[in-house]
Ligand binder design. Sequence first.
Ligand code: ADP
Ligand code: MG
Length: 600
Amino acid sequence: MPIRLLPEEIASRIAAGEVVERPASVVKELVENSLDAHADRIEVETRDGGKSLIRVQDNGAGIAAAEVEIAFRRHATSKLENVEDLHRVATLGFRGEALASIASVSRITCTTRYTDETVGTRLRLEGGKIVHRGTTGRPPGTEMTIQDLFYNTPARRKFLHTDRTERRHIDGFLTRYAIAYPGVAFQVMHDGRETLRTPGNDDAREALLAVYGMDLGSNLLTIPTELTAEQPIKVGGFVGPTTVHRANRGYITLIINGRWVQDLRITYAIIQAYHTLLPTKRYPVAFVTVDLPPEEVDVNVHPAKTEVRFRDGDQVFRAVQRAVRATVVSEAPATAAWEPPRSSTSDATQTTRARLAGLKPATGQQFSFSQATGEQTSDSQGGGNAATDGTTTKGLDVRTTKSGATFESRLPPLRIVGQVATTFIVTEGPDGLYLIDQHAAHERVLYEQLLSHWSEGSIPSQPLLEPVTVTLPADEADRLEELLPTLSNLGLEVEVFGPGTFIVRALPAHLNGTAPQDLLADIASSEIGDSPIREDLEERMVRHICKRAAVKAGQVLSREEMEGLVHDLEKALNPRTCPHGRPTILQISLAQLTSQFERR
Ligand code: ADP
Ligand code: MG
């Protein structure tokens, strides 16, 4: 298809938003273009974390001389023809915005030769304006060189992280695509040093080894293609045996129709497939590919195309869970290697119930509160959860609620009624009254937001308008100093300022509004620094930070604040418990209300 400007009716339906956030987004868009052009060799080179140079070179189809200029126009694409195509996108790109966006914030040189033409074209743009056009000799394929990213948007340049962090994001993307596309030989150089090279011989295991190394790579199990051979949803890839696990979800990758996407629910399907097979609080290593007909998945959801919407999400959930489970149990010892995790919440639930038992109806008879139907924390999935009215079926089936609907760990939409005792939010849902503990709920929301960024590589930090200095006693200062590298991974930028004194320059972006003094003092005085395992340390630190930053009981919340919090909680993966396992939400069903008021 020729490259052309999308008609307004299609352009207006493309998910709007900024594509180019950081060097890794540039690399992603360029590499996706190379893959769409059917390249089987892709070379990526960067300098200074991509800030001063990004070069992506491919041996794909190239761009015809007559189309090079239009390729840099907004909404110019060769990948969509009509509106219907938007519902069955089979290419990685389709928005026609990447080259235009990248060109507008950098100096870009494109040299390309279309397969059927004898000479190539060279086009240079600065800040989106063409400054040079010429011809050049070169083999078929395309080379894009991006210099000085964000040179003309200093505000955005300022928000870039260290070279190392930016490089980590670039590698995070490239390593995944290198495994997802084993037929493509990837070669990656950062500051003149080669960091990744795959053979491109179509052998996925070899690509996996090139990325993960012998130790981990050779341990992973292949999900047999026969498992889903007959089905419209094909599941493939690699999963760790039960002996391999990690402290966070960072080693779970999901590739949907050749695209690396974030999908909490399908990620959860993978975690759940290991139910009872891994120690508590440990997560599997998995690289799972899902292929399904393009019309079954909407990729036009997110500007950077990192999220998708399934036509039938439950079906995808089940297919993934079954395939992963079958692969894992075929290798697992006959009896579960680990005891099923016990519910960590029962004590807390009892306490809360006892506390709430004070709210009695006039008869003196006590309401029986039940923790709203749902899932425990991800690390104690379903383990002996007596408070759940969903039934747990053995084996691969997802849990179902009494009504037989597919189990949903998420919350139903809730309507705010008000706040009680400046501690609880009263809401109404499809089956009665739902009481939310504002502190526990906020902790959960912050925790998931931080973890999801953390598992992607880094937690975005937000510079303080005015850096704050904090002075601590020597021993605490010492402890804090040791924790500084960990803190910076978590988006907390703290430097030593003098003996016992620190300067806080930035907080995790989700936590603005938290007093940095309290946060630091709290971290320095806690025991959390004492774990030798880095990942554990970071995860515990995240929990700790959330506890500190969450709204407290006793804080008056405006209606907007309550709505925001409840809305965020509805979106959480495990909305029903706080990161420490206490319930966030209690339900009094309509049936309970009816019977208590003797309206039978
Ligand atoms: P999209 O990928 O959404 O179509 P882009 O702005 O990324 O939009 O690219 C615009 C067009 O330029 C593409 O549709 C494609 O035709 C062409 N193009 C970009 N990069 C390459 C490449 N590496 N090889 C061949 N064609 C390319
Ligand atoms: Mg593109």
